[in-house]
Each structure stands twice: as C-alpha cells, then as structure tokens.
Design a protein around this ligand. Structure first.
Ligand code: SAM
Length: 248
C-alpha cells in the first residue's frame, strides 16, 4: 500500500463517487444483489429505526426502507456520495457527518448497518464507540467488511499459473501487520484502506458491549470465483447485538 493520506482533507470519496455509483448501482459487484442487499433487508425487517453508516449511494438505506415500514437514515462523510443517494431516493433522509461523531442522541436506533465502511474509517474505536452509544439495548449491528484475510494488503489472485498444469491460487498477503494506506482498487481509483485483523474487529465490538450473534463468510463471486471455483470468501459479515448493560 502507498503511504497514508488524510481521506477527509482529500475528499477522496467525493473524487471516487462517480465510479462507486456506477459500479454498485449497475450491479457490477454481484455480492450486493446476491448477499448484501437481501441480507440487510431481511435482518432489519422487524426493526423501526435504522442508521446506515457510510451509506455511499444509499443502496442499503433505500432497500431496507422499501422492504418494511422501517425509518432509515443514511449517513456519509462525502457530499458527492450523498447527492447520488438523494437522486435515487428523493423521500429518503441522508445526513452528511462523520461516523466517529454521530449527530444523534444515545439509544436512538434499534439497528445499525455499516457495509464496506469500517475498513475505510481511521479510528475503529471511535466509530464503534459511537455506534454502540446510538444503539438501544438489544439493537442489531450488521457489519460487512472486505474479508480481512483474503483482501489484506498483498492478497490476490496469483496470476502465473498454467491452465492444466497447476490450479489458480489466491495468495494471502501481510495479514497480521495492521496498516493504513491508499489502495488502487481499479485504474485511477485510489481508496483509503485500514487493514485490521479479524480479532481486532471482534475484540473492539466486544469491548464496546456487543454480543456476537453470527459470523458469515460467503463464497467469492464474479471473475475470481469463475477462476478459483469459489473456494474462498470475499466478505466477512458480523452480526452482533448491543448488550443491555454497559461493559466499559
Ligand atoms: C465502500 S463505500 C460503501 C458504501 C455503502 N455502505 C455500500 O455498501 O454501498 C464506503 C463509504 O464510507 C464513507 N465513509 C468513509 N469514512 C467515513 C466516515 N468516517 N464517516 C462517514 N462515512 C465514511 C465513504 O464516504 C463511502 O461512501
């Protein structure tokens, strides 16, 4: 990864919002239509007030709200991302703010979703602390991450295999070293990325009062899946619930 730069000063998600919008909304990431949208819509069916942290173009906020009488607020740091969200969802509620300083009172929501967001947020502690504060006891927290092992810096398809001689492999990079930097995920698309281990995520959730209910590692989809036969995950999904008492 390249050295770190401050994502807020550089408005990096503003610069990349067109690319994100076109890919997510045109269905170029099959994980959205197959896993992320249906799972989040189903999980929050019975909930009343949901916060979509780092909503991006609002794909989850919109779909969760469409599937139930739930009230959903989409929050993002990037104005450009939010303008795309509003253009898709004129009746939706979208707020520009930082996930590390949420502009809501304590116990406001009974559900929070953070999809492909926490790996871009500089302070996991601050974000999780804020999410735990605004969630009611027994509130549900759905976290979807690029899988920290299979998507860590240096991981990826090992290209130099020979068809019929050896099988395509997925190499795992520098998993145990936590790092921050900028990754070029597509030509010219440079995204701030915080690499953390799975134990850091789970221990931070537990430290802030979350009880882990389920962890999912769905099979990789798309081009890599066609090559690899789908035997590794791209996503890590953590479903947790706020405990009814404060741990720290
Ligand atoms: C990869 S996109 C995911 C968008 C959406 N959750 C989805 O799944 O389609 C990450 C989003 O997180 C937002 N983001 C990054 N850091 C943030 C922060 N500290 N506070 C709020 N939003 C943030 C970015 O602006 C971007 O829109």
């Amino acid at each position: 990864m390249e050295p770190k730069m401050n994502s807020k000063q550089e408005n990096i998600w503003d610069l990349n919002s067109k690319w994100w919008f076109e890919n997510v909304e045109n269905g170029n990431f099959p994980e959205y239509s197959e896993i992320i949208v249906p799972l989040s819509s189903k999980l929050f069916l019975e909930r009343e007030r949901i916060l979509d942290v780092g909503t991006g173009s609002g794909i989850l906020a919109r779909n969760i709200a469409n599937n139930s009488p739930t009230h959903v607020i989409g929050l993002d740091l990037s104005l450009e991302q939010l303008l795309n969200a509003v253009a898709q969802d004129r009746d939706g509620i979208y707020i520009q703010s930082d996930s590390c300083k949420l502009p809501f009172g304590s116990n406001t929501f009974d559900g929070v979703v953070a999809s492909m967001v926490l790996e871009h947020v500089e302070s996991l502690q601050d974000a999780v602390s804020e999410i735990s504060r605004v969630l009611q006891p027994n509130g549900l927290f759905l976290t979807i991450l690029n899988h920290p092992i299979f998507q860590c810096p240096g991981s990826g398809l090992v290209e130099d295999y020979e068809v019929g001689i050896n099988n395509p492999q997925w190499g795992v990079g520098d998993y145990l070293t936590e790092s921050s930097g900028i990754e070029e995920i597509s030509e010219g698309i440079r995204i701030p990325f915080e690499h953390r281990t799975i134990s850091t995520y789970i221990n931070t959730f537990v430290q802030h009062g979350f009880r882990i209910k389920r962890v999912l590692e769905p099979k990789i989809m798309g081009r890599e899946s066609d090559i690899l036969g789908g035997n590794i995950p791209r996503l890590l999904v953590i479903i947790s619930e706020m405990t009814a008492f404060e741990i720290i």
